[in-house]
Structures are given as structure tokens and as C-alpha cells.
Design a protein around this ligand. Structure first.
Ligand code: FUB
Length: 447
């Protein structure tokens, strides 16, 4: 009976810690997340990021990276993310230093009915060598529970593990450790089958870390953050072989202002390619507390990758019946439109849009009205002197969907207004300030 209850608990544990988040960029807004390794398992995307926390005396090294555990998140639409809770923590890894607060960038892969989660961590004693070792934890399900192996992987010293399984079933482990390294993995996915080799053909100068390999149409893309100038940018090299030699092919994403690191993964999901990366949206003045973003990625005819321009809007559709956070805009007017934190002391509260010039606007793309009837729209807004907003469809001079008056006051108000025409399908929205009095907007929602 006791063992039955134990297995029942294991089965329902992930449900108990589930937390559903709805987001644009950054996609996780209730905690810091970094180093995103995204994987498609079944018809969902699973996200295995690092989990940044703020170091303080007695917990990590203040001013530096600080991570004590890993969460896993999943989504079937790239907009609504479920947090399945902690899957591995530093005090549960038999070989790791339980006080290092250095669980850096992980990865996860599926093989023969099991999910293998790879992560770097400093070992608790020198038996395993100095610096970071790479370990694995195994589960029957993508969201765990994951059981860490008793020992790290022999011969894999460094950070940022990434696993690729080729069409013939051979698995390769890549990592960063005195150069970008690669070795074949044994069938058991837990031991190296070949001596680690330094990958040839990558830039010689400037720090390189976070390798991520994928294959498309017979081309092997080795993608990596690299400090070519001042901070990391995402670059790639190509080969006809997963172990190279590679040829540098270009830049995927330029340096991100305000965040020294970048770290990424690339997946194809429902016939679209996506780049997962990180920035410091929720911690603009301290770039060791990062946040994961997603943007679409496109290829040229010849297989080269088009540069990705980071957006706030991110990817996926937003249902009209949900709170539409227009501060994650797709476009905005040159003058009079800006964003700010709702509460600078609690940035997890998110952002607001500020319109303070007549005719200033923001545009939010990809709202799904489906086939429901929406008769009214609600706006949470604040205007000290009182102002008028227009909501237009698709473009700044598009159909006037609603006009609403925000009464003067210093408190946030939720204003309900009739929608002038019922909408169906997918549209963009433009929110425009009419008159001279500034307005702040938290969200918009159709009823
Ligand atoms: O998150 C800690 C380290 O920062 C990662 O391992 C690197 O890739 C960089 O993102």
C-alpha cells in the first residue's frame, strides 16, 4: 500500500506544482529563466532553462550567476506555458557541490522511452576534476521526476552540454570547455563512446560557449554564442558531418543591449522554426538575472539563416478573451509611446504602456477573435487628467472598433466599452491616444 501511494504521488507530483503562465516576450514572467534548451516532445514544446536567482550573502556569490535548481516548462501553442516545477536541484545530485549555486545551462533529449537531462555543475570533491563536470538525470517523462546519476559523465569537463541524435541513431554530446568539444555517446546515453575532440573550423578569437547543433536538409548547423566584439552574439557554422570540420556561416542575432550573455536553441514546431534565446527584460540593470524569449527564425533558399531581430511581441497568437498586454507591442509610433514597469520594486508585475502625445499609438499583432461574439472591450487604464483612447483594427487608420473615455484620477480603472463591430479571425489592434492628456494602459480584454 505504501509503495502504491509513493508511485501515485510520483504520478501526480508534477500536477501539484503546475503553474500556468501566459506570455509574450519574455515568455516566463514570474521568475528569471536563462539558457533555454527547447525540445519538441509529442505535440508540445518543452523548455529546459537555467533558473537564475538573486545571490546574497550565504547564497551564491553576490554580483554573479546564481542557480540552485532547474524547472521545466511546456506549451502546445508557445503562448501559454505550464511550469511543472523543480526537476533537479543542487542538493539532490550525489556528486555535485550542494552549495555551488552553479547549475548552468542544461539540455534534454529523448531516446528509447527515456528522457535524458544533461547539466553542468561543480563537483563536491576533486575526484572528478576541477571546475565543472557534466552530469545526467533520467526520467520516463519529459517533466520528470528526473533521477540524477550517481557520477558525472567521465571525460566531459566543461559547461553548456548539448545533445544531438543523428538520423542513424548515433548521439553526440557537445559542450564548452577549452574550445567547443564533441564526443559520441554510448547507446546508454550516459557514457562517452569516443575521446572528446575540439570542433574544428570555429572562430579562434573571442569566448565561445553554449553550442547547439541541429540538422536541416542534410546540413549540420553548429550554432553558438561568441564574443566577436564586446558581448555575446549568436553565430553559426555549417558542415556535412555532425563532428565537422565546420565553416563559419554568419550571425543569427546581434549583440543584445544590456545583456552580456546570450544562449539559445533552435527548433522546428508545427512547420515553423523558432529561436529561443535570453535577455535581461525583468532585470535591466543586472544581467545575471535573465529571461527567456522566442522569435521566429527563417532560412534563405540556400539554407543560410536569416538574421533574427529580437521583438517584444514574440510568437504565437493571443486570444481576444485573454488580457492582451499591449506593452509587448509589435510596432509603435515614433513619438509619445513608451513602456515602463508597473511597479519598479516588483518587476514581476510586468509593464504598462504610456501614451503621452496626441495620436501616439502602439500596435499589437496576432489577436485571435476566433468565431466567438465579442460585444465589449475592457481596458485597465489610468489618466490623471482624463483622456480618450481609440482601438482600431489592423492599422492606425483601420476600422474604429471602440472609443473609450478614461475618467480623471490617480487610481487604475477598468473601463468597459461597447465594441462597434463584431470581429472574427486573426487581427492586429492599434491603440491610439486622442487629445493631449497622457494615459497609461495595463491591458485590454474582449468580452
Ligand atoms: O548561465 C550561466 C552561463 O551563462 C551559461 O552556462 C552560459 O552559456 C551563459 O549563458
Amino acid at each position: 500500500m505504501r509503495s502504491y501511494l509513493f508511485f501515485l504521488f510520483l504520478a501526480i507530483a508534477p500536477l501539484l506544482v503546475t503553474n500556468i503562465l501566459s506570455a509574450q516576450n519574455p515568455i516566463i514572467s514570474d521568475q528569471f529563466t536563462a539558457d533555454p534548451s527547447a525540445r519538441v516532445f509529442g505535440d508540445s514544446v518543452y523548455l529546459y532553462p537555467s533558473h537564475d536567482i538573486l545571490a546574497k550573502e550565504g547564497r551564491g556569490r553576490p554580483g554573479w550567476f546564481c542557480m540552485e535548481d532547474y524547472h521545466v516548462f511546456s506549451s502546445s501553442n508557445l503562448t501559454d506555458w505550464t511550469d511543472h516545477g523543480v526537476i533537479v536541484s543542487q542538493d539532490k545530485i550525489p556528486w555535485a557541490n550542494s552549495k555551488s549555486y552553479s547549475l548552468w545551462a542544461p539540455d534534454c533529449i529523448y531516446k528509447n522511452g527515456k528522457y535524458y537531462f544533461y547539466f553542468p555543475a561543480p563537483a563536491k570533491d576533486s575526484t572528478y576534476g576541477r571546475g565543472f563536470s557534466i552530469g545526467a538525470a533520467v526520467s520516463d517523462r519529459p517533466h520528470g521526476p528526473f533521477i540524477p546519476q550517481p557520477e558525472p559523465i567521465k571525460g566531459a569537463h566543461g559547461i553548456d552540454p548539448n545533445v544531438f541524435i543523428d538520423k542513424d541513431g548515433q548521439a553526440y554530446l557537445y559542450w564548452a570547455g577549452r574550445g567547443t568539444r564533441v564526443a559520441k555517446l554510448k547507446e546508454n546515453m550516459l557514457e562517452l563512446e569516443s575521446e572528446p575532440k575540439v570542433v574544428q573550423g570555429l572562430p579562434e578569437k573571442g569566448l565561445r560557449e553554449g553550442p547547439f547543433l541541429f540538422e536541416r536538409n542534410g546540413i549540420y548547423y553548429l550554432t553558438y554564442p561568441h564574443v566577436q566584439n564586446v558581448t555575446e552574439r549568436l553565430e553559426y557554422a555549417i558542415s556535412d558531418n555532425p563532428i565537422g570540420p565546420f565553416k563559419v556561416a554568419g550571425v543569427i542575432m546581434d549583440e543584445t543591449p544590456g545583456c552580456w550573455t546570450n544562449h539559445h536553441s533552435i527548433i522546428e514546431f508545427k512547420k515553423q522554426w523558432y529561436l529561443f534565446y535570453h535577455s535581461s527584460d525583468l532585470s535591466p540593470h543586472f544581467d545575471k538575472n535573465r529571461s527567456v524569449r522566442i522569435d521566429s527564425l527563417f532560412f534563405n533558399e540556400d539554407g543560410t539563416i536569416k538574421k533574427v531581430i529580437p521583438t517584444l511581441r514574440g510568437v504565437g497568437l493571443t486570444e481576444a478573451s485573454k488580457k492582451i498586454q499591449i506593452d509587448r507591442y509589435s510596432l509603435k509610433s515614433d513619438n509619445g509611446a513608451s513602456i515602463a514597469f508597473l511597479d519598479s520594486l516588483n518587476r514581476f508585475e510586468g509593464w504598462k504602456t504610456i501614451l503621452d502625445n496626441v495620436n501616439a499609438w502602439v500596435q499589437y499583432n496576432g489577436i485571435d477573435f476566433g468565431s466567438k461574439r465579442y460585444n465589449s472591450v475592457q481596458v485597465k487604464a489610468l489618466s490623471q487628467m482624463g483622456s480618450t483612447l481609440q482601438i482600431r483594427l489592423d492599422k492606425a487608420d483601420g476600422f474604429l472598433l471602440a472609443e473609450l473615455k478614461i475618467p480623471a484620477g490617480t487610481e487604475w480603472k477598468t473601463i468597459n466599452t461597447k465594441v462597434l463591430k463584431n470581429q472574427k479571425g486573426i487581427h492586429n489592434l492599434v491603440v491610439i491616444l486622442k487629445g493631449d492628456n497622457p494615459a497609461e494602459i495595463d491591458w485590454i480584454q474582449f468580452k
